[in-house]
Design a binder for this molecule. Sequence first.
Ligand code: SAM
Length: 365
Amino acid sequence: MSRYAFLILPSHNRVYADAAPAMARAELAVLSAALPDGAIDDGSVAEADIGGVRYVTFEADGLTGADTALLANLSALYALFEVTGATGSELLRPVPLRRLDRYDDDLLTILKYAGKTNEQFTKLLLNVTLASSAFAGELSSPGDRRLAVLDPLCGRGTTRNQALMYGFDAYGAAVDARDVETYAAFIQRWLKDKRLKHQADFSPVRRDRRVVARRLTAEFAATKDEYKAGDVQRLEVIEADTTQVSEFFRKASADVVVADLPYGVQHASHAAGRGSPGERRALARSPLDLLRAAAPVWAKTLRPGGALGISWNTFVVRREDAAAALAAAGLEVLDSDPYRGFRHRVDQAIARDILIARQPVAPDR
Ligand SMILES: C[S@@+](CC[C@H](N)C(=O)[O-])C[C@H]1O[C@@H](n2cnc3c(N)ncnc32)[C@H](O)[C@@H]1O
């Protein structure tokens, strides 16, 4: 058994920084089940001071390069060390990290706006959801098929950008026209600035000669050779209510669905008088009503063996009610110990939690 310690990424948000070590332990416990080769002793995951600095520590048997490639993507991991020596005179040997990241991190950080989901938390939610799916191996090495991630409440696209960063295809639905416009302007500028070969289009979707939505599509690759070979990442954002996603995205086409629910109905008062009537109605729905209406539609888009991850404000929706809404949609809710370790305070009005549910391999629909 070897002992390891990792440094937590410094966070700009103090409240999140306080919660980070406990969340990192829960994330590690979920991801450890997806390690390709080694095994982490779950009981050994702890926090420790080494030389006056706080670390998350764990013990593991035979971690290989494939294992550390997975651990390198932990959302809070800054640096990983193998620890030798006795308590008080530890020696830390850096473990080389090879993250999945394909692009500069300004893809995730340039857009700043009220209501943006914390980037580190978004990565955690995507990691935990993916690690709980049948496609967990993609967290350490990309397979032959490019994964598809759908965020059906995508706002200005924090989840989508994290999915692109990992090399996946990224899909989203946003009800607010300004969110789609802002994101379309951002991603087209970003692709140009990074000189990435791409093609992009932002145009109306018509049915029976009527405009029913607007859609942003883009294809791009990290290198010219990949682009030439057609090895491209796809991006698609639809301006639509989340309960309509199955009209725009094929059945069983998403490997992972990740959604950060509205934290209350306060968005509605912001939007009052602005936006389309449909948009105002959408934002005025309570988060639980929204989840109950949307979960069956999201489940339809999810591939067998895929997983759905949601985050929400526990002050407005109880965990049991959220879990019941996912179960009623035919999903298998994962509620064992590590999955209960993610609740954390965001501010006075928000205590955020997450729930993960799996699409059965043979869905009962
Ligand atoms: C907590 S925010 C998620 C923000 C997003 N993760 C980001 O970082 O931009 C919830 C989002 O859900 C959107 N929303 C609320 N009701 C919706 C609906 N019925 N259909 C689609 N989007 C909706 C809101 O506009 C908001 O962008």
